[in-house]
Write a protein that binds this ligand. Structure first.
Ligand SMILES: [Fe+2]
Length: 315
């Protein structure tokens, strides 16, 4: 596979696992194209045309090696200059894949957050409320990203001639879909049963060994779950802290997330929502693994680094 083919596969898998559904994404891509057509020539020049085919603004190729066939990948959760040097030192790495966004994909992290409004709506929160609260938070994230030196790692990969890309939301979508299917199949009734079900997953079991396994952040283990929402697994980064009250009103009893800030946790507690935190790096690992398995099946060797707990799900 070439880097382009690996990237196309990531997008395809991300769309297939997306809670918004394929037709909603197609509509979104069509609307993006229509918006572009209406732009002035100067604005068109600045427009990232990847957006016509890729609905995930936080997933991009940073260093493309063209037609080179990729044989060995160094894959990790956070890739910085150190990991690029590591790839160079290992000597036979063609491509480095990060999970968390870098370069242009980091600059575009805010845009992918719009996905959260649709996911909240899927669980019963009115779309107008979800969109309005999210808008404030998206602008905040955008301002927070603006001073970051987003190309530091990209430049290192360019200098050393190492292929570099990152896959964020497509992998997070795979986690959300995986957990949704497991929860729907096993139908847990209490919060403790959700925690037990998560602990059956090897990535979370491994994280438990270093004290970072699934944990209850608000609520009690014996609490009934009520409606379980997977609203904090995918969609870039944390949404609005004001959403919990609206979620409770929409009938959500339990949220399963990757991580939560203290401000958000307090708001969830006030709204009497049980918050189960599956774990950050372990959840990110699960999503990367579901994607990397598809590459390994096609004969590519995967070397895990930077916190990635590599678990294969095929023989
Ligand atoms: Fe993450």
């Amino acid at each position: 596979m070439t880097i382009q083919e690996i990237y196309q596969l990531a997008i395809k898998m991300g769309i297939e696992a997306d809670f918004r559904g394929k037709s909603a994404i197609e509509k979104l891509l069509k609307r993006t194209k229509e918006k572009y057509e209406k732009l002035a020539p100067k604005e068109k020049e600045e427009f990232d045309k990847e957006k016509f085919k890729n609905p995930f603004s936080d997933t991009r190729i940073h260093v493309d090696l063209g037609r080179r066939k990729i044989k060995k990948i160094l894959a990790g959760i956070d890739i910085e200059v150190g990991e690029i040097l590591l790839a160079d030192r290992l000597g036979d790495i063609d491509l480095v894949i990060a999970h968390h966004p870098e370069g242009k994909a980091l600059a575009g992290l805010d845009e992918v957050m719009k996905l959260q409004a649709d996911v909240l709506n899927m669980y019963g929160v009115p779309i107008n409320i979800a969109e309005a609260l999210l808008k404030i938070r998206i602008e905040e994230v955008s301002r927070k990203i603006s001073p970051i030196n987003v190309n530091e790692t990209v430049d290192a990969a360019k200098l050393l001639g190492i292929g570099f890309m990152n896959v964020h939301t497509p992998c997070d979508n795979l986690v959300a879909q995986f957990l949704k299917e497991k929860i729907e199949k096993e139908k847990p009734e209490t919060v403790e049963e959700v925690l037990d079900l998560l602990k059956e997953i090897p990535e979370y079991r491994e994280a438990s060994r270093i004290g970072l396994g699934p944990k209850l952040f608000t609520g009690n283990p014996e609490n009934r779950t009520g409606k379980i929402a997977l609203t904090e697994i995918t969609g870039g980064t944390e949404g609005s802290p004001k959403i919990y009250e609206k979620m409770a009103q929409a009938g959500i009893g339990t949220v399963v997330g990757m991580h939560i800030s203290e401000e958000h946790r307090k708001e969830a507690e006030k709204a009497h929502i049980n918050v189960i935190i599956a774990g950050h790096i372990s959840s990110d690992s699960l999503g990367m693994n579901l994607f990397l398995d598809e590459l390994e099946k096609r004969g590519i060797k995967i070397i895990p680094c930077s916190g990635l707990i590599r678990v294969k799900r095929f023989k």
